[in-house]
Design a protein around this ligand. Structure first.
Ligand code: DGL
Length: 252
C-alpha cells in the first residue's frame, strides 16, 4: 500500500504580547491535528505607540522565527502589527500571512444608523487601513474611535484593577451615545467579561471567530483530523511570571 506521510499543519501566531492568545484559543477550538507556535514579543510590548518602521521590523523578526520552524502560515494576531505590516510581509514572505481587522462590518450591519465605538491602539486608529475601511462601508460618520493607550500593557501584566479603572470612564462616555463597541485589539478580547460587566447594555463585537474560520477555510487539509493540536509558546524577553500569565489566558 502506498502510504504517503501526512504533513502536520504548522501555524505561527504572533502578537506584541498576550493578546494573540485570544486567537490561539479560537484556532485551537476550530483546528484538529495542527501544531501552533505562539510568539509574544513581551520585550517590546506594547506596539500601539511605536512607529510603523519599528513595528514592521519587530514583526519581521517574529516571521523569520516562524519560517525557521517551517510553518505553513503566519497569523499576525495583532491589529496594530497587521495595520503596519501585513501588505509588505505578503510581498516578501513565500507563505500565507493572515492578519486581523476590527469587526466593523458586522457591527454596522446589525446596528444600522447607530453609533459604534471602536476601541483600539492609537496606531490602528490612525492608520490608512482603518480609515479606508470606514469609508468603504460608508460608515465613517457612525464610528467613534477610542484609542486605549496603556490598556494592552495592563492586560499583559494581568492588572485587572487597573483595567477596570481605565475602562470605567471610557465606557460611561460610550454608553451615552453608542449601542455597540468593536474590540479592535486582540488584547481586549481577553477581557471581554470585564467589558460586559462594566457596560452590560453595549453589544460587543470582535473579529476573532471570523478570522479563525477564514484561516481554516484557506488552508489545505493536511493535518490529521482526529489528532489533538499541539502548542509551543515563546515569549521574547519573557520571565517566568509572564509564562504564568500566558497560561492563565490560555483556555487549554
Ligand atoms: N494586540 C495588539 C493589537 O491587536 C497590540 C496592542 C499593543 O501592543 O499596543 O493591536
Amino acid at each position: 500500500m502506498n502510504k504517503t506521510k501526512r504533513e502536520i499543519l504548522k501555524i505561527g501566531i504572533f502578537d506584541s504580547g498576550m493578546g494573540g492568545i485570544s486567537m490561539l484559543n479560537e484556532m485551537n477550538l476550530l483546528f484538529r491535528g495542527a501544531h501552533f507556535y505562539y510568539y509574544g514579543d513581551i520585550a517590546n510590548s506594547p506596539y500601539g505607540k511605536k512607529s510603523k518602521e519599528e513595528i514592521v521590523n519587530l514583526t519581521k523578526i517574529a516571521c523569520d522565527f516562524f519560517l525557521e520552524k517551517k510553518v505553513k502560515a503566519i497569523l499576525l494576531a495583532c491589529n496594530t502589527a497587521t495595520s503596519a505590516s501585513v501588505k509588505l510581509l505578503r510581498e516578501i514572505y513565500p507563505i500565507k500571512i493572515f492578519g486581523m481587522e476590527p469587526a466593523i462590518k458586522p457591527a454596522i450591519k446589525e446596528n444600522p444608523g447607530e453609533k459604534i465605538a471602536i476601541l483600539a491602539t492609537q496606531f490602528t486608529i490612525s492608520e490608512e487601513k482603518f480609515l479606508e475601511l470606514g469609508k468603504s462601508l460608508n460608515a465613517s460618520d457612525h464610528l467613534i474611535p477610542f484609542p486605549c493607550e496603556g490598556l494592552a500593557a495592563m492586560i499583559d501584566r494581568r492588572d485587572f484593577d487597573g483595567v477596570k479603572k481605565f475602562l470605567k470612564p471610557i465606557l460611561f462616555e460610550i454608553e451615552k451615545d453608542a449601542t455597540a463597541i468593536v474590540l479592535g485589539c486582540t488584547h481586549y478580547v481577553l477581557i471581554k467579561d470585564i467589558f460586559t460587566e462594566l457596560a452590560p447594555k453595549l453589544k460587543i463585537y470582535d473579529g476573532n471567530k471570523g478570522t479563525a474560520f477564514h484561516i481554516l477555510n484557506s488552508m489545505e487539509k493536511t493535518a490529521d483530523e482526529k489528532k489533538e493540536n499541539t502548542i509551543e509558546v515563546y515569549l521574547n524577553g519573557g520571565a517566568e511570571k509572564d509564562y504564568e500569565i500566558l497560561k492563565f489566558f490560555l483556555n487549554c
